[in-house]
Each structure stands twice: as C-alpha cells, then as structure tokens.
Design a binder for this molecule. Sequence first.
Ligand SMILES: [Zn+2]
Length: 303
Amino acid sequence: MRIHHLNCISSCPLGGRLMDGRTGGVFSRGRLCCHCLLLETEQGLVLVDTGFGLGDVRNPQARLSRFFLALLSPDFREEMTAVRQIERLGWSASDVRHIVLTHLDFDHAGGLDDFPAATVHLMRQERDQAVRQRTWLDRQRFRPQQWASRPRWRVYAADRGDRWHGMECVRTLDGLPPEIAMVPLAGHTLGHAGVALRTDGGWLLQAGDAYFYHQEMDLERPACTPGLRFYQALMEKDRSARLANQQRLRNLRRHHGADVRIVCAHDPVEFEALTGRPLGEPATLAGSTAPAGEFMASRSAPS
Ligand SMILES: [Zn+2]
C-alpha cells in the first residue's frame, strides 16, 4: 500500500511561537498543518481525513464559524485542498472510493463534499455527538454545512474489535483491506479515532488530534507548547480519556516504536520530517512514505 502525505491547508493560529513552538514571535501567527493521508489500495484510493475543502476555500464565512476563522485564520489556497492535490498527482475525485475520518471537526471534514463517490467511515459516537449540536462549542466545531455526504456515512461502534499493540477495540472497516484499521482514541471528541495502516516498512498510526505537538510523544519528558495545551483543553470532550490515550500512545511508542510510527494531524515538525517538503507545498509523486523504523529511530535519538 503506497501512502501519500497531504497537508490540506495550514492553519495560522494566533499566538505564533506559543502555539507551534517555532514561529518567530508570539504576535505573528503560527503555522500548523492538516495532515491527511492518501492510500493507493486495490479497492481504489482511500483518503484519511480531508482537511478543508473547496467549499471552505470559496466561501469560508458560510461554512465555518467566525470564532475559529478568527482564531486559526486558515491559509485558504485552493491548490492545497485534497481534491486539487489528488488531481495534481494524476487522479480524479471519483477515484477516491473511501474516506476514513478521525473525527468530524471542521478542519478534518471540510473536504468530504469534494468526493461524491466515496463511502465515509467514522465512529458512531462521533456522528451522534456532532449531529446533536448540544453546546455552543459543538456548533462552532461540527459544521452540518460540510456534510452533504451524510447519506454515505458508515458508522462503527467502539465496543468491539481486537487488541492491537495494547490498544483496544481496534477494527477493520467494511469494504476496506485489513491493512487499514480504526483505533478508538476518545478524548478530543467522544468518537475520535486514530487510523492504523500496515505498510511493507511497518505500521503507520495517524493519531489525529489525540495529541498536537510532537514532544507530547517524548518518552522521558513529554511536553507541549502553552498555546496548544490551552487549545487541547478548550476542545476536549473527555479529559481523562484524552490523557489516558496520550499515555497509551507513549506506551505504544515505548514498546513497539521500532515498527509503529505515530503521527498526529497538526504538527508541522512531524509532517516535514515525514515528507521532506515544506508545509506549503502540494504533494508530489516522489513523496510517498519512508519506512517506519527510520523515523522512530531519528525521533528516539537523545536531544
Ligand atoms: Zn484538528
């Protein structure tokens, strides 16, 4: 299975360095990615998360909340949407047959409408909480304006599945090869999940928003920038589950780091290390994934 890494529109949060840990000052805006994966499988193309889509680029005010537009000021360039990057790689939108979503936040679900031939796989609880629109923040983050695909959603309960490297209720998805599995990682949202992919070089786990900053996966001294710590606390639906799952991910790295590479959705350092290209560039055919062990080895090196 070949994997392509797409940054489907960067966010430029207030707080600069306090958010991403690397932008010059605290008064400039930071830069976070929206790390989506495009998989070439025998069942056609599979997209893991969709980032922001064409509708968001063309009419952000109609689709997204004013609160998050002000906070994150996404860099709305059409060429960075998943569909435009996929076309640039030589395919068309209809080649994408399946989409696996880590969760339904606006910055992960925005591209759903751009792939009318795709079945969308997500956790049942994620759909249920998003549709309920219970709190003010739920209405800002879960945007029904992005859900024209809803008749094609296929949902999964989080109460059964297999054990995988210490994670529970891991399951394969209908119509997809066994190399793709959903790994429940609740906390950020109630139905949040990671997506594990088995490649020739080992496993890749896209952990979505289970953590935001690469050093949170540091085994000796986990750390996070103050801005991203604040953002995660603001967005969490279940704090104890979120922190327990972060610990589970560190344990996964500790015990299986040689053959499981873990990445999250928004960390630019992980994205650039994995792809070897800057955040702002669309994917190229040369940029499919490197083997798992290599990256973990470089990350495990003492600093
Ligand atoms: Zn996110």
